[in-house]
Design a protein around this ligand. Structure first.
Ligand code: ATP
Length: 317
């Protein structure tokens, strides 16, 4: 059996009487991307800090790269790289100097070729000798990740690596993350962006109120909230009532005047459905066909049913 890159059992962590992680079990397969998804304050950074030896757990067994984080801190640190939300980058040094400093900290001799390769890889050659204070947010994130890769860590922790980045920089970052995994690395990624987890992760875990409320592949999680459906909105309650009687498989929302009808996603059955309504002279003010996305999963799991996030990507706080 292949050894897990990360194996966590019964992890608990509280700050005073505030329990942040309340019995977490998870395993991460080598060479995969595992995404821990949760809104602000869910405990994602706390989890990363425990797994990367920066913070002691109150209870539980945690092995990273086969080493116990409580007793083999040095071995764990040698096997991992961590890119934090607040970059460890020094603003008053150039990009090249930051990378060199990291190589020195890791006691890497003759680091020049390594630094040059990383600058090339992250498209930072032109700005390599400029002070980091002049870099854009996207460039800083790339430099931060480049610094994490100094010393070729087996397991890379990315704590919200794209928060605050524009869509183009976010996509560049995703491409880099995919490359790292293609090269055999293991990624533990925290994010509050559903789209990011959907795009990148092999396994997603949803963290809510200290517990993992769901775990699975993006497809498995989407399946949990059911299949596609058509949603109709009516102008009058009597139209909703007539439509609901006609379509007993539907679920209705009297306040919103909407009706949700399960649907197989095919155009022919959509036409048949619309015809059934039309034959009874029922006219919906609007309708939409929806396949479940991770927004639905998150809202269903955490019971935040009142409002849908305005951006498809972001989970509402
Ligand atoms: N050192 C600390 N002392 C007390 N409470 C803390 C400490 N660090 C974090 N917390 C609290 O623990 C909870 C989890 O915080 P954490 O930073 O792990 O969440 P997060 O999911 O990473 O959030 P974000 O997305 O906002 O970074 C929050 O309520 C936070 O206020």
């Amino acid at each position: 059996m292949t050894r897990s890159a990360i194996a966590v059992s019964g992890l608990r962590k509280a700050y005073g009487d505030k329990v942040v992680l309340d019995g977490i079990d998870l395993t991460v397969a080598p060479g995969s991307i595992y995404s821990l998804l949760g809104p602000n304050g869910a405990g994602k950074t706390t989890m990363v800090n425990v797994l990367t030896t920066l913070l002691k757990a109150d209870a539980g067994t945690i092995r990273v790269a086969g080493h116990d984080v409580a007793t083999a801190t040095r071995q764990v640190r040698a096997a991992i790289g961590v890119t934090g939300q607040f970059a460890a980058v020094d603003d008053l040094l150039s990009g090249r100097e930051n990378l060199q400093l990291m190589a020195d900290l890791k006691h890497i001799r003759s680091s020049d070729p390594i630094v040059t390769r990383l600058l090339e890889r992250f498209d930072l050659v032109e700005s390599a000798d400029r002070m980091v204070s002049t870099y854009s947010g996207g460039m800083r994130r790339k430099l931060d990740l480049a610094m994490t890769l100094v010393g070729n860590p087996q397991i890379i922790f990315l704590d919200e690596p794209t928060t605050g980045l524009d869509p183009r920089s976010r996509r560049t970052m995703w491409a880099i993350v995919r490359e790292l995994v293609a090269e055999g690395g293991t990624i533990f990624l925290t994010t509050q962006y559903l789209e990011e987890a959907d795009q990148l992760a092999d396994q997603i875990a949803v963290l809510h109120q200290g517990r993992l409320v769901a775990e699975g592949t993006p497809e498995e999680l989407k399946r949990q909230v059911g299949g596609s459906h058509v949603q109709f909105r009516f102008a009058e309650i009597h139209e909703l009532e007539t439509a609901a009687r006609l379509l007993p498989e539907s679920t209705r929302d009297d306040e919103e005047l909407t009706l949700r009808v399960p649907h197989d996603g095919e155009s022919r059955s959509l036409v048949a459905l619309l015809n059934r309504l039309d034959q009874q002279s029922i006219n919906a003010q609007e309708f939409s066909v929806r396949t479940p996305d991770l927004d639905d999963v998150f809202l269903a799991l955490t019971d935040q049913t009142s409002t849908k996030p305005t951006s498809k990507e972001a989970i509402a706080r």
